[in-house]
Every structure is written in structure tokens, then in C-alpha cells.
Design a protein around this ligand. Sequence first.
Ligand SMILES: Cc1cc2nc3c(=O)[nH]c(=O)nc-3n(C[C@H](O)[C@H](O)[C@H](O)COP(=O)(O)OP(=O)(O)OC[C@H]3O[C@@H](n4cnc5c(N)ncnc54)[C@H](O)[C@@H]3O)c2cc1C
Length: 480
Amino acid sequence: MQTPLSQLECWLGALPAAEALTAYQAWWETTGRVLSETVDRAGTPWLRQYNRFGERVDEVIMPAGYSALIQEGYKHGVVWRAIEEEDWETSFALGYITSYYDPGVYCPHTVSLATAVMLRKYGTPELQARYLVPMLRRDGTAWQGATWMTEIGGGSDLGTYVQTVATPEGNAYRLTGSKYFCSNVNAEVAVVAARPEGAPAGVRGLALFLLPRYREDGCLNYFIRRIKDKIGTRAVVTGEVDLHESQAYLLGSAEVGIYLILEVLNLSRVANSVGSVALIQRAVDEAESFAQQRIAFGKPLAQQPLMRAQIARWRETLGAAFALAWEAVRLLRSVWAQTPPYSPTYHLFRLITHLAKYWTAEQAVQAAKWCMEVHGGAGVLAEYGVERLLREAMVLPIWEGGSHRQMLDALEVMQRRQAHQLLLEHLQPYAEPTELQHWRERIDAYLKQPPEAQEEALETLIPPLAAWVGNTLRATLRAG
Ligand SMILES: Cc1cc2nc3c(=O)[nH]c(=O)nc-3n(C[C@H](O)[C@H](O)[C@H](O)COP(=O)(O)OP(=O)(O)OC[C@H]3O[C@@H](n4cnc5c(N)ncnc54)[C@H](O)[C@@H]3O)c2cc1C
């Protein structure tokens, strides 16, 4: 049986920061696992809104050890390696290891990374000095980031439902509105979507702002209304936030704000894909280990033909899912610094990322469900930790844009940017010419249908396309 790191090495060969990755995995085995279980069992944390003097403080009370659980990844470089060394591979390898043990922990890491990237790309030197530098600390005191777009009306249709208004004041802005799903709500700084006063309706009028937790005078800059009571991912605290003339700083230009918001989401979608694959590995490992030891009809379950075939099929899916997710990582590494208008490689990155986010998350849910079934009745008992995989997996197809959104966005980038042509060219070294021809004809014919028919039939196109791309990309791995 592989560990997450040995599985990564099997796919990718020697990794650049192997020592750090080894130490990080060892920390999870000796310490992280127990902390993670403690946090999950403790359930939803509580919010202390007022101090003894009746002043608003909005402190999230977490179980002991929570800070260590989160900070270990920052120490090892999930953020600073990408920002300071442009070593995206190690950052995402750390994410893979984290998610194998606790996908919830990878959420704070991901949103912090996305915040840091936006500060690095679009922050003024002054903002970088004040907010980015503390995010890169390696001593267990790193500041955290967050990415808050969604409001009460819904997360898919941001153009309609982001109602937070940004009013200019000197070099900064004041934001007023509410954010309905705020993961890592206890972060020191967040990037948020808002509409500058007088900006047009729809997505074109949105801009991205940096929102610190505290004002320059040390007071709370916004209020946490409540904490969401979730089925899983308890290692990340998700809350609702009220903004009352909260101090904020515009990132980049408001005219292209929606593109910056999508840059944030696309980065998180890559991380979601990597995390989903790690969860698939964990589910397949747990299932196989149980099936090797459980005897039914005179021999281990793993030796029964049906079970043996299922295990083999899941190992194949794992390889394809990893190849797809890692291609998104590789492309992100080459396009992350681009600003609008983007190059064709960025559009290819977007298509692969939508396919990866969609397909890996859906597979993760199925893998977790299958793993429970392999355990029979024991699978549903909280004491063995297998049911937790399903609780953790259920959010993966939803946050960072649901599966419908990923399918629709993949369609859009094919319609508007011809990204499928770029994809087929990209896959040329790995695919049979007949397969490439088949997909070229199939997609061209698909895109000739009326727009409504294209949306309606999307499930006949995107799932098989994603599976084919993943399987084809297995050729890019050392051992697929
Ligand atoms: C635990 C958790 C943490 C989260 N953290 C954050 C966070 O930190 N920051 C943040 O901004 N958001 C966060 N979210 C919100 C998340 O991004 C949204 O839930 C997601 O984008 C979907 O939005 P919605 O829930 O409002 O669903 P809706 O937008 O109302 O959509 C409902 C359903 O309709 C589907 N749908 C939408 N449009 C179409 C269409 N055209 N055709 C077909 N189907 C469609 C959607 O895929 C979904 O299945 C979080 C969510 C969860 C559950």
C-alpha cells in the first residue's frame, strides 16, 4: 500500500522538496491525524461575539491543537513556496498530503494561497508589506487569507447576487453588504467581490477588494453573524459576515474585476482537484486494506473476482484523476502570472481546470461511497472513520462553483475560445490519431447545435470527455 507521498513519487518521480514532504507526512502520521479527529469530533465551533465588557470581539473558539493542525502546512510551505520560490509542485504536493488526511485543512491553505497570489500580482507595495509579508511566515504564526464571493441569493450567478457595494474613500473603499458563505472566517485578510458605486449591473460591474479583519485603528472591520453547522470539513470554519462600511482596498483595475475574481476561483479549483484525488486514494487504500483482511466465502474479499475487479478499476480511475488534476497544476505554473487579456494557454488551462474540478470531485464522492460499501455495516459507523470520507467528499463538487457550473464553463471556453482545439493539440503526443479525430468531430458537431440543446445535453459530452482526457494524460506520469 502506498502512502500519499510514495504514491506521488510513483506518478511524478523524485520531487523537488522531498525532505520537507517526508517530514510533513511524518507529522500527519504522528500528530496531525489525532488533531484532525479531535476537530472533526468536536463538531461545529462556537462563536464568542462579545467580551466580558460587552464589546464585540467575534472570536471563533476552536478545540485545542487547531492552530497547530492548520499552521504545519504553512510552515512547510503551502503558500511561501509558491509565492517566494514559484515552486507550485511542492505547494500542491503538500496539498495532496494534507487532503489525504483531512481535506478540510486544505481549504484554509488554498484560500490563503489564492489571497497571497492576488496580493502578489495586484497589491501595491504598501499592501504587500502590510498583508503579504505576514502570510509568508514560516514559524507557525503565518497570517491566513480567505476568498468571499457568495451572497445570500446564490453563488453560481455572482453577476446578479453580489450586492455588496464599494464606496470610494481616499485611496481606499468602504464595503457594505453581507457574505453568506465565508470559509476560513477567522482569517486575518480576505479577498472579496463587491460592486463599486455606479458600476454597471451584471458580472462586468464586479471588482475584487482586499478586506482586512481589523481596521487601521485596531477595531473589528466586519462582524461574523454566525457559523455554519456543516456535515464535514470541520477543520475549516465557515461563517456569515456582515460588512458595515468596512475598510477595503481595490486589487487591480475595477474594469477587469470579474477576471480577477475568476483567477481566484480557478486557482481554488485546481487545489480542489488535487484534494479530490487525494481523497480518492485514501478511499481506495482504506477499501483495499479492509478487503484484504475481511474473509467471506472462504477467502479475503480482495480475492473475490467482483471485488478484485472493482479495486483494479478504482486504481485506474485514481491514476486518470491524478493525471488530469496534475495537468491543471502544470498549466497553472505556466500561466499564474498572466493578467487580462490572457494567452491561448490560459484558455487551455481553464478548460482543463473545469474538466478536472468537475470530474475529480464527482469521482471522489463515488469513491467515498464505494469505500463505505466495501466495509459493509462497519462503513457507516463513526468509530472507523470511513463514513467521514463521504462527509468530507460531499462538499467537493459544490464549493468553488458546482458541477453544473464547471460543465457550463467548460462549454463556454470551447464555444468562445475554441479551447477544445488547443486541448486536442495539447494531447497529440499522448493520444492515438483516431481518438483525436473522433473527439474533434464529436465536439465540432456538438457545438453546431442550438445553444439550449448544447446545455441540455452537456452530460453526454463533459463526463466522457473528462474521463478520456484524464486517461490520455496518464501517459505523462512515470507510472499511471
Ligand atoms: C462548506 C462551504 C463553504 C463555502 N465557502 C465559500 C467561501 O469561502 N467563499 C465563497 O464565495 N463561497 C463559498 N461557498 C459557496 C459555494 O461557492 C456555493 O455554494 C456554490 O458556488 C454554489 O452556489 P449556491 O450554493 O448558492 O447554489 P446556487 O447558485 O443557488 O445553485 C444551486 C444549484 O443549481 C446549479 N446551477 C446553477 N446554475 C445552473 C445552470 N445555469 N444550469 C444548471 N444548474 C445550475 C448549481 O450547480 C447548484 O447545484 C461555500 C459553500 C459551502 C457548502
